[in-house]
Every structure is written in structure tokens, then in C-alpha cells.
Write a protein that binds this ligand. Structure first.
Ligand SMILES: NC(=O)c1ccc[n+]([C@@H]2O[C@H](COP(=O)([O-])OP(=O)(O)OC[C@H]3O[C@@H](n4cnc5c(N)ncnc54)[C@H](O)[C@@H]3O)[C@@H](O)[C@H]2O)c1
Length: 311
């Protein structure tokens, strides 16, 4: 069997960094996205498949010679005021059924899926979230992830597609400037560097999340890819450390050496105060641990964005 990995959504926030880590390890990579990456991020050793994944002929052709599918196409956004599950049912679930049934048709039996550690457990004010906990998502995005995990279980049991589901924390530290920055830390830093106000939704002190540096996430995914799993696994991918928004603002101010302007707004889309992930399972079974501290990650992110924004 060929050892080529296809990264679907290779031009995205997570997919792009995963490709860099796979190339560092000399793993054969195919890139699938509706868009080309910017010129400076194209690599000779990568096979580029540019097109819409919903074009089944194109998708099947891209899957030729592939042994593992990593799926970083986003089908919905975490922060929405929507109550309805319409998008999750008609888009997210339909999408994953399509991906897994096409993989089954093409005899590909290894799948890596980024679920959400931040949205799938619900509120966890008293202690860590463990992979075995009952899931109580409070947003359509979280419910979509929970239902997708069920679809993955179904294809594992019915068709033998091995899968690794990663419940990832709140990711930050993109090495690129996109038209729309993703995640609170990237948005805060981008705004602060441009001298723009930072909008804080909800209570800055009680809103606690597990923030993880993008490079650490990419390493965890590459580590898993190199583990020859042939079962169904679920791992949290976080730091095990909870941080509130005020602490993030303070760190950014400290690194920039200046005060940042904040605009406080009373609103919380998710209704989740606190969520911190236990990483015991992935540490024990794969030997992966986050390496970059928040202090260091924010310092690096400011440095990268400073040079990209030329400020
Ligand atoms: N960003 C986070 O903090 C985070 C945390 C946990 C889980 N996740 C999950 O990771 C996954 C990737 O998230 P992201 O933030 O990197 O997403 P993203 O929006 O940055 O990237 C998605 C990529 O998919 C491509 N794409 C979209 N539709 C396509 C189509 N029809 N055909 C081909 N390509 C298409 C886009 O062009 C884009 O490059 C999502 O499932 C998300 O829920 C993200």
C-alpha cells in the first residue's frame, strides 16, 4: 500500500500547518483544496489537487494511491447565534457521510478527523474534560461534531474504516495572514498590532479555554499519522491549562509593551464558561505533549504577524 497522505482543506488554518509538519517528516503528501496556496507556500514535493471536493470524479481521482485521509474542510463555524441545527444536518453530516462513503468505495481505510475539544463537552467548570465524559454540546457546531463522531463510528464498525478523532482545544498561532484571522488570540494580536480595538464578548475573567499553539496541533496529527492505528480512537489535544481572556490581554500587552484598547460586550454565544482538556490519554498512548507555552506562543505569534503585517 502506498504511504501517501491526502490533506483535504490543505489551504486552511490547520491543514496548511499539518502539511508543513508532514513534509518535515518526509511523508508523501497530496493537497486537496478548492484554492491554491499563495505562491510562497507551494512545494515541489507536494501533489496539488485543486477543485471542489463535492465533485466526486475529482475526489476519487485525488484518492488514488492514498493510504490516509486527513480532513480539514470546515463545514460550519463555532460562533454563531443560530439555534437551528439546519446547517449541521444539511451540510456537516451530509459532507462526512459523503467523504467516508467515497473512501469506502475507493478502499481507503484510515481517517483522521479534527473534532472540537472546546465545543463537544459543554461546560466543565469543575475539573478536566476526559474522552470518556458524557458529551453535552451547547452549540450547533458542537452538536455537529458529536454527530460526526457517530458517523465515523458507524463507518468503522460497518466498513472497517479506522479513524482517529482529535478533540482539539482552541488553536492559535497561524503563520499566515488571512483576510479573516481565526481564533481569539490571532484576532486580538492582529487588531492590537494594527492599533484597532479588541472586542471582548462576555466576561473576560470567567471565560476559560484551553489554548493550544498551531504547531503543537500539527505535531500531534503527524505523530498519530505515523502510529499504525487500525481501530477507532479518540484523543483530546490541548495543554491541560485553562486561561481566561483577561490573562491573554495581559500577556499581549506585556509582549507589545503597550496597553491595548478593549471594547467589552455582554454576550456569550456558547454559554460555556470553562473548558480545559485532560491530555493524559494521548500522552500515555502516543507520547505526545504540547511543548509551546502560552507565553512563548503569544511571543512567536506577535513576531510572525509583525513581520507579515509589516508593523
Ligand atoms: N481552527 C480551530 O481552532 C479548530 C479547532 C478544533 C477543530 N477544528 C476543526 O478543524 C477543521 C479545519 O478547521 P480550519 O479552521 O483549519 O478551517 P479553514 O476554514 O481554515 O480551512 C478549511 C479549508 O477547506 C477548504 N474547502 C472548503 N470547502 C471546500 C470544498 N468544497 N472543496 C475543497 N476544499 C474546500 C477551504 O478552501 C479552506 O482552505 C474543521 O473541521 C474545524 O471544525 C478547528
Amino acid at each position: 500500500m502506498d504511504n501517501t497522505v491526502i490533506v483535504i482543506g490543505g489551504n486552511g488554518f490547520i491543514g496548511f500547518s499539518v502539511i508543513i509538519e508532514l513534509l518535515r517528516r518526509k511523508i508523501n503528501v497530496k493537497y486537496l483544496d478548492i484554492n491554491w496556496p499563495e505562491d510562497q507556500f507551494r512545494y515541489d514535493s507536494v501533489e496539488y489537487c485543486i477543485g471542489d471536493i463535492w465533485d466526486n470524479k475529482f475526489f476519487q481521482k485525488a484518492l488514488k494511491g492514498v493510504s490516509c485521509v486527513m480532513d480539514f474542510v470546515s463545514t460550519s463555524m463555532p460562533n454563531t447565534n443560530d439555534i437551528s441545527l439546519n446547517n449541521e444536518i444539511n451540510n456537516t453530516l451530509r459532507y462526512h457521510d459523503y467523504i467516508l462513503s467515497t473512501m469506502n468505495y475507493c478502499n481507503i481505510s484510515k481517517y483522521i478527523f479534527p473534532s472540537s475539544g472546546g465545543a463537544i463537552y459543554g461546560n466543565k467548570e469543575f475539573g478536566f474534560a476526559y474522552e470518556t465524559d458524557v458529551l453535552r454540546p451547547t452549540t450547533p457546531y458542537g452538536v455537529g461534531k458529536q454527530m460526526t463522531e457517530e458517523i465515523i463510528r458507524y463507518y468503522y464498525e460497518k466498513c472497517g474504516i479506522s479513524a482517529c478523532i482529535l478533540r482539539i482545544g482552541n488553536v492559535y498561532g497561524s503563520p499566515r495572514i488571512r483576510s479573516k484571522a481565526q481564533g481569539v488570540i490571532d484576532v486580538f494580536i492582529q487588531n492590537a498590532l494594527r492599533g484597532e480595538k479588541i472586542t471582548i464578548w462576555g466576561n473576560a475573567r470567567s471565560s476559560v479555554r484551553d489554548y493550544i499553539y498551531l504547531e503543537d496541533v500539527a505535531v500531534s496529527i503527524a505523530d498519530i499519522c505515523q502510529t499504525d492505528f487500525n481501530d477507532l480512537r479518540i484523543y483530546n489535544v490541548g495543554t491541560g491549562i485553562g486561561t481566561n481572556l483577561m490573562q491573554i490581554i495581559n500577556l499581549i500587552e506585556e509582549k507589545l509593551g503597550k496597553e491595548v484598547q478593549c471594547d467589552y460586550k455582554e454576550f456569550m454565544a456558547s454559554g460555556i464558561n470553562s473548558i480545559v482538556l485532560s491530555n493524559d490519554k494521548i500522552a500515555n498512548e502516543i507520547g505526545w505533549k504540547a511543548k509551546v507555552s502560552l507565553d512563548e506562543g503569544i511571543r512567536r505569534t506577535i513576531e510572525t504577524k509583525r513581520s507579515l503585517l509589516n508593523v
